[in-house]
Design a protein around this ligand. Structure first.
Ligand code: HEM
Length: 436
């Protein structure tokens, strides 16, 4: 009887456009309310403190990343202080944990959702743990400390743009590692300007692209002519890396098998003994972009920051100068890098520069394995968890007066223990390859 009544009622309803509009709207609002209610009251992170906006949406992260110039790590640290807790909810399925002991347990896999949006889907940086392991062992065999024989060509008293100069040195060294030759930016710094503008643009754009699903993937699939119109800088970067990769492959075809293993591109080349196909060439260009991107600005920013700190403190400057003079080390005449590496005060200055320069300010998200893990009273199911380097390096229990640049903390009695908390290069299976 009820079915008959319902059938008649439905027959009498005519499906007008306005009815369709209201019905769709009602369903969408109901779905939204359901999602908000779940995230707010019933989600496993419902009791984890954090901004309300972060509990129900990704808007808090978007606000920090895009509109506050990616200053998210500092904002997260502030939240920990405000809520006086080691665990903070920074988006519906993502918590940030400040506890140093948890950092060392954070050996989970990279969050594919985040890393796939960085625009280099096939690169070592975005690869899953298993594929990355094979690439890492090949590439890290090439990265070793050595004398690169590059020195800035500046005369005494001549003004230079220090950051630009450091960047040219870093690029020449990274290119030597990757391709076996340097573009010669140290001698012709003006040639590097376009590449550096593109690196700046990519870095700024990154905070935006990580929030737009599939954007990086679509950009990668666009025809080359369209990408050139839409993003000329990115096209320039890809073409430049493409030329470098081609030259490496040409050089290795003309050299012996033993010599080929001396560059990262040769070590990673998936088809070393034959002419490389388009897919493998594109794959290598992705790796090349990653190494240039990961190696150049990290090193340059850290060095620039450290130079600034040394030059702003008369005491640190004169102690460093004294140590270098006593060791008879002068950059003008060339020097023994092994002797430089062992200088205690210089090493302490570099460690302090690494601690405070925060060159990787992001959250480095990891996925909790299926089955979940416990963190104190909170159960973390297969969600996302991160611990920023910034939080570790600004922990005042480990580093008293954390904002003060004090190389002496690395020379104190507890300095060996302190070393454990120097995580500038991250730790574990996905730590930095350039660390050596
Ligand atoms: C001061 C300099 C540097 C710092 C502070 C630094 C820091 C880091 C950090 C924190 C990570 C981990 C990122 C993550 O978990 O997503 C990383 C990864 C990486 N770094 Fe560096 N880096 C530096 C220089 C370099 C250099 C010179 C190279 C190239 C020779 C390099 C190549 C890489 C690569 C390829 C990865 C990805 C490793 C993987 O995913 O398994 N980095 N770096």
């Amino acid at each position: 009887m009820f079915a008959g009544y319902l059938g008649k009622t439905l027959d009498s309803i005519t499906l007008s456009p306005s009815l369709l509009f209201y019905a769709t709207g009602t369903v969408l609002i109901a779905r939204l309310l359901q999602a908000l209610t779940w995230r707010w009251w019933f989600h496993p992170f419902a009791s984890v403190p954090g901004p309300r906006l972060a509990a129900v949406s990704s808007l808090w992260q978007i606000w920090q990343d895009v509109f506050r110039d990616g200053d998210t790590a500092r904002a997260i640290d502030k939240l920990h202080q405000e809520h006086n807790t080691d665990i903070i909810r920074i988006s519906p399925n993502h918590v940030h944990i400040k506890d140093p002991d948890f950092y060392f347990k954070l050996r989970f896999d990279k969050d594919p959702d985040f890393y796939s949006k960085l625009g280099v889907p096939h690169s070592i940086l975005s690869a899953d743990t298993k594929s990355a392991r094979a690439m890492r062992s090949k590439a890290s065999a090439i990265v070793a400390p050595r004398d690169w024989g590059v020195a800035a060509h500046s005369q005494r008293g001549e003004e230079i743009n220090l950051f630009h100069t450091i960047r040219t040195i870093s690029t020449d060294i990274i290119c030597n590692l990757c391709f076996g030759f340097a573009p010669g930016f140290v001698k012709r710094p003006e040639d590097a300007s376009q590449l550096f503008n593109v690196l700046d643009m990519c870095l700024e754009g990154l905070w935006f692209t990580v929030h737009i699903p599939y954007l990086a993937e679509y950009l990668n699939r666009l025809p080359k002519w369209l990408l050139k119109i839409l993003l000329p800088g990115l096209t320039y970067f890809k073409n430049q890396s493409g030329e470098w990769v081609d030259e490496t492959l040409r050089n290795s075809r003309n050299s012996s098998v033993e010599d080929r293993k001396t560059t990262i591109m040769d070590a990673l080349n998936p088809s070393p003994n034959q002419n490389i196909g388009t897919a493998d060439r594109d794959w290598l260009i992705d790796q090349a972009n990653t190494f240039v991107f990961a190696g150049v600005d990290t090193t340059s920013t850290m060095l620039m920051y450290t130079f600034h700190k040394v030059l702003s403190s008369r005491e640190i400057h004169s102690r460093l100068q004294h140590e270098l003079r006593n060791a008879n080390i002068s950059i003008q005449e060339g020097y023994d890098w092994k002797a430089v590496r062992d200088l205690p005060y210089l090493t302490a200055v570099i460690k302090e520069g690494l601690r405070l320069s925060a060159v990787i300010p992001g959250r480095l998200p990891r996925t909790v394995p299926a089955g979940g893990v416990e963190y104190k009273e909170t159960f973390l199911p297969g969600t996302v968890v991160s611990s920023t380097i910034y939080s570790m390096h600004h922990n005042s229990t480990i580093f008293p007066d954390p904002d003060i640049f004090s190389p002496d903390r690395w020379l104190a009695e507890n300095s060996v223990e302190l070393e454990r908390y120097n995580v500038a290069f991250s730790k574990g299976k996905r730590s930095c390859i350039g660390m050596k």
